[in-house]
Design a protein around this ligand. Sequence first.
Ligand SMILES: Cc1cc2nc3c(=O)[nH]c(=O)nc-3n(C[C@H](O)[C@H](O)[C@H](O)COP(=O)(O)OP(=O)(O)OC[C@H]3O[C@@H](n4cnc5c(N)ncnc54)[C@H](O)[C@@H]3O)c2cc1C
Length: 379
Amino acid sequence: MRHKKQIAIIGGGIAGLTFARSLGNEMYELHIFEKKEAFGEVGAAISVFPNALCVMEALGLLPEVLANSGAMQKVYLKTDKGAILSRSEPRYEYPTVCIHRADLHRILLQNVPAQLYTHHALSDISHLENGQVALRFENGETRNFDAVIGADGIHSVVRQHIINDGKPIFRGYNVWRGVVATRFDIGYGSETHGNGKRVGIVPVKDGVYGWWATCNEDFMQSDEPEGSKNKLLRLFGDWHDPIPELMANTEHIIKNALADREPVRGWSKGQATLLGDAAHPTTPNLGQGGCMAMEGAYTLAKAIERYGLGSQAFQRYEDLHFPRAKRIVLESRRLGVVGQLSQPLLIALRNLAFRCTPSSLAMKLMSKYFEYRVTKLEV
Ligand SMILES: Cc1cc2nc3c(=O)[nH]c(=O)nc-3n(C[C@H](O)[C@H](O)[C@H](O)COP(=O)(O)OP(=O)(O)OC[C@H]3O[C@@H](n4cnc5c(N)ncnc54)[C@H](O)[C@@H]3O)c2cc1C
């Protein structure tokens, strides 16, 4: 029997799991190393746009993703007092959906064709003379592999080894998120703009909604002593319905700082390459970080199938994926600057621009992101 090449995937997030599912285990033996004590995800919602749903369809997961998510039939932009700035109805080949991250993770994880390891935080990589990579984990284990895929997120250890561009760059605002069952059916997705603050609401399913809220603050400014919920109600308590109620009824609130990195090429070194947030971390203003992770994972797998496990495949993947990732990172950053404006005159101009832009034009501007079909690429 032919010896299967061994691939280590560092990180069991969207990128690592989608890659394992896209490549499969016929030619390769896949090992996913996760630093946490379990494979799983935090209690928040994630929007999955048509450009990523086509990957789910190629992997045979679309029906399950759709069954566990809510479709965004309409999207509103609003002011904090509830005035509608614009309204659009996304119409693409696939819907735009929102799903609980735990559900998406569960769907990607079930029957994933890989051996899974928890409590394995990668600490170091070295390249051996025979072309293999040697991995060292914080638990003291060392293992050699034919290749390593760094899908270890925005603070990637693999990126440090390959690119070494320091810490992610904080963009001046923090975000809180929650998921909550409601007594009402809001029936739409919305983004509400205030003064240096924003709130998004997305339908998950069956009356469950995900929300996020941003505020210009110092990096991970503490919410103590008042606590996150009281602070949010102080910041957003007079915003339009149902924002205060969603926040008040949320049991578990997560806070993150929002950061990205300058998009740079050079994602591979020897038999190691980067994937997902490790390669192209982005602010979430376009809701594309996870979607891009799926696209990249699919492209990398197809490149390996076509060119074999090595530099030619890694280079082809980067050539195909980098320009799009760069555009999304930069556009998302710009949208964040506009969304977090805090000067009244600029806010008035922004809101006027939202009001005056026909929804057909807004949809057209977005369609280059959402109508992209990575599954049709000539790899
Ligand atoms: C507030 C917010 C909202 C967002 N909303 C959306 C959205 O609506 N739609 C969308 O598409 N994207 C969204 N994103 C982006 C999306 O969450 C990320 O782009 C996506 O999770 C990236 O997946 P990943 O697998 O590359 O990285 P991660 O999800 O970060 O997964 C990396 C995994 O690697 C593990 N790991 C890290 N270091 C090590 C190590 N040294 N050894 C072993 N394991 C390690 C981690 O524990 C983790 O499990 C949002 C992000 C934020 C912050």
